[in-house]
Structure formats: C-alpha cells, structure tokens
Design a protein around this ligand. Structure first.
Ligand SMILES: Cc1ncc(COP(=O)(O)O)c(C=O)c1O
Length: 403
C-alpha cells in the first residue's frame, strides 16, 4: 500500500546543492590573485583551467580536452573542428534541446532530424536510412535527458556510412554504456557544467577528443591567442603550425574561476551520480506501478545518471495532460511537458525551432513528444521527498488520467 504524500510539497525543483566549501575556497584563491583569464598565469605556472582539462581528460580517458564557455559553444567548436561547412548535412535525433540545433545552425549546416523510439532514444533504423539517403557525413547524437541508445550499433552505423560522430553528453557526464564512459564512443564529446548539470559552474563546457588535428582546431577556434602551447592536453605543436593563421578565434574559452569551482566537484562526481540514481530509482519504482503512466524499460547496458526523470501518458489528450500537470503543480510538484504548443522555459521541441527551415520526415517523434513529461531531481531532495513526489504524481494520475 502506498504511503500518502504530505502535500503540498514545498521544496524548489530548481534548487541545486551549494557549491562545496573546498570549491568556494579555491574560487576565492583565484579571485585573490586577480588572474581569472586562463592564459594569465605566473611564469611556468598552470592555470586552473589547464588543470581542469588535465583532470577531466584523465577522468574520461581522452587524449585531449578543451574547457569552453558552455556546452553549446563546445558543440559549435566541435562541429567547426570536425570540418562542418555551410550546406553540409548534420544528422541529429529529434528529441534534444534548443542549444543543439542552435549549434548546427551556427555553422550554416542543414539539420537532418532522425526519429525517436518509445524509449526516447534515437531510432537506429531511421538513422541508418537517413544517413544513406541524405549523404550526411556528421552525426550529432544528443544523449538527451541522459537516455543512451545502443552505442555499439551507433558505432556500426557510423562506420558503415563514414559518419563523424559528435556526442552531446550534456546529461551523461559520469554515465556509461556497457561499462564504457559516455563520450568515448564518438570522435568528439561535449559536456555541460551549467547549473542544472552534474557539475555546476553556472555556465561552462568541456570538449574531449582523441583526434590531434581536431583538438588543435578546437583550441584555436576557442580563442587561444597564439598561447596554445600553454595547454597541456593538446596535440604536438606541429599540429598548430599551419592552422594558427587559418583558423579564426571565436572566443569560447572557460575562465579560471569556473575551473576552480569545477575541480573539487569532479573529484566528487561519481559519488554525486550515485546519489542521483538512488533518488531516481525511488521515484521510478513507484511511478512504474501507476496505471496510465509509461516509463520505458532501460537497457541493462545503459548506466545512466538519473538527474531527471521522463515518463509518458500514452493515449491522453493535451487538455487532460495540462490538467494533470496543473494539479501536480498545485501540490508543489513541477512537471514539464514536451507536448506543449508553445516553448516554455527550458522545454522546447523541434517544431518550435522554425529557423531550421527543414521539413522533417518523422513517423513517431510527434506522437511520443506529445505525451512526454519531464521532472528534475535535484540533490537537495531527500529520499522522503522523492517518495512524497511519487505519491503526489500517482494520486493525481489516478484522479485525472482517463482510462
Ligand atoms: C541536451 C543538451 N545539450 C546541450 C546543452 C547545452 O548546454 P549549455 O547550457 O552548457 O550550453 C543543453 C543544455 O541544457 C542540453 O540540455
């Protein structure tokens, strides 16, 4: 028998944990030096940004790492460094967030949207088909809301069609597929350290790759002012020689203050991910039993991080979903809805990105997004909070959803 929820729930769904004290101290140390710009170092000194790149590339097991201003800017640098030009085609799953098509548009490339499946991941048959038909040479695969598809099949498709794979790991920092870290399957991976992600520096991004020429281009694009030799997770200097006068400066750097905040968080990342998953599973276990609510089964190979949860309300119309969400909100539980006619806050879908100028052929994305709900799970919620939230959703579903 379910425990009744204590309603209304009164905690804020946007409240992240405070920045850890050692990170605050490290930030204060940087502020005291006045050396906030990544290249403003003492002779022979290493900046916090360089140290973060060393530590994150060790964490990911990548050869090279570049700290950026945001994940969106990292994605843009990734596309440019991969060689994407005006009019090139870039494949991308239809379930993603606005910065992803934004990065593609920024390169003047054409986006080719790929369908999604009931479990919210990319439809691999559609990917195979569209790679063949479009002749695209790039795939920007967004592990949206932490949902990771079968990366072994993705790699096979990429190799069959010679696709350059960029992984958008904004929601999969710390996650794995089949015990291999998310972000190590493709040619480039981009991560976010924006406040709602798994490490929090307000804004920030990290780009990793094993390709020396790509890394050199990304470093120069990011705005290295010919100081690329200060990077320690960079390729040999010979890779920069020709590029240094050919590659423009897009000024997408990270600064030392953010890097200082992130370095201690990286040391705690795996523990934090476990804490997210404990909360996620408490909620998921309860919601799975709720009639009318569908939570996709996740592949055992998918070692995701449950910093948010998605579920669908199959067969429900828009008005019913709105009423359900509104009723949850009145009890303090904030759900987002990917089926809303207008983009709202962080929640928008491909139909809202009208600048894309594309007429996507998608069989299932509309139907799946139309009933998909989304909820943040901040670490400021306790286990009891999670059970209360699940009980509120469950009771509200019982009252509002039609059979
Ligand atoms: C799936 C996805 N990719 C990329 C980004 C871009 O991250 P940032 O806000 O660091 O630019 C976001 C941001 O929320 C995202 O949700």
């Amino acid at each position: 028998m379910d425990r009744g929820a204590r309603t209304p729930f009164s905690k804020d769904f946007t409240q992240q944990e405070p920045i850890p004290e050692d990170a605050i101290q490290q930030a204060v140390n940087v502020l005291r030096t006045g050396r906030l710009h990544r290249y403003n170092t003492m002779p022979d000194g290493k900046s916090e940004t360089t140290l973060l790149e060393e530590e994150f590339s060790d964490y990911q097991g990548s050869e090279y790492c570049l700290a950026c201003a945001s994940c969106g800017s990292a994605l843009y640098l990734a596309l440019k460094s991969a060689g994407v030009h005006t009019g090139d085609k870039v494949l991308c799953n239809a379930f993603t967030l606005a910065p992803v098509p934004g990065a593609i548009e920024n390169t003047n490339a054409d986006i080719v949207l790929v369908d999604i499946k009931e479990d919210y991941t990319i439809d691999l048959d559609d990917l195979d088909r569209k790679a063949e038909r479009s002749g695209a040479k790039y795939l920007l695969l967004s592990h949206m809301r932490g949902h990771i598809t079968d990366m072994d099949i993705v790699r096979k498709i990429c190799s069959a069609h010679k696709l350059f794979l960029i992984e958008d790991c904004a929601h999969t920092m710390g996650a794995s597929w089949a015990n291999r870290k998310s972000g190590t399957f493709g040619d480039i991976a981009c991560f976010s350290t924006q406040t709602y992600k798994h490490m929090n520096s307000g804004e920030g991004g990290l780009l990793t790759t094993n390709h020396p020429a790509v890394a050199a281009r990304a470093i120069i694009f990011s705005g290295s002012y010919m100081l690329y030799k200060d990077h320690t997770r960079r390729p040999d200097l010979k890779f920069f020689e020709v590029l240094k006068t050919q590659v423009p400066n897009y000024s997408c750097r990270m600064d030392n203050l953010r890097a200082a905040i992130l370095r201690p968080q990286l040391r705690e990342l795996d523990d934090q991910c476990e804490r997210w998953n404990t909360r996620y599973h408490l909620i998921e276990n309860k919601l799975k039993a709720v009639p009318g609510l569908f939570i996709p089964e996740r592949d055992v190979q998918e070692q995701f991080i449950g910093s948010s949860i998605q579920f669908s309300l199959p067969g429900q119309d828009g008005n019913t979903i709105l009423a359900f969400i509104e009723n949850c909100r009145e009890q303090g539980v904030v759900l987002k809805w990917f089926g809303a006619p207008e983009p709202d806050g962080y929640t928008s879908v491909y139909k809202h990105w009208q600048y894309m100028n594309t007429n996507p052929e998608l069989m299932n994305a509309d139907r799946i997004l139309a009933t998909m709900c989304d909820m943040r799970i901040p670490l400021t919620f306790t286990d009891t909070d999670c059970l209360d939230i699940a009980a509120i959703i469950s009771q509200t579903a019982g009252r509002w959803l039609k059979d």
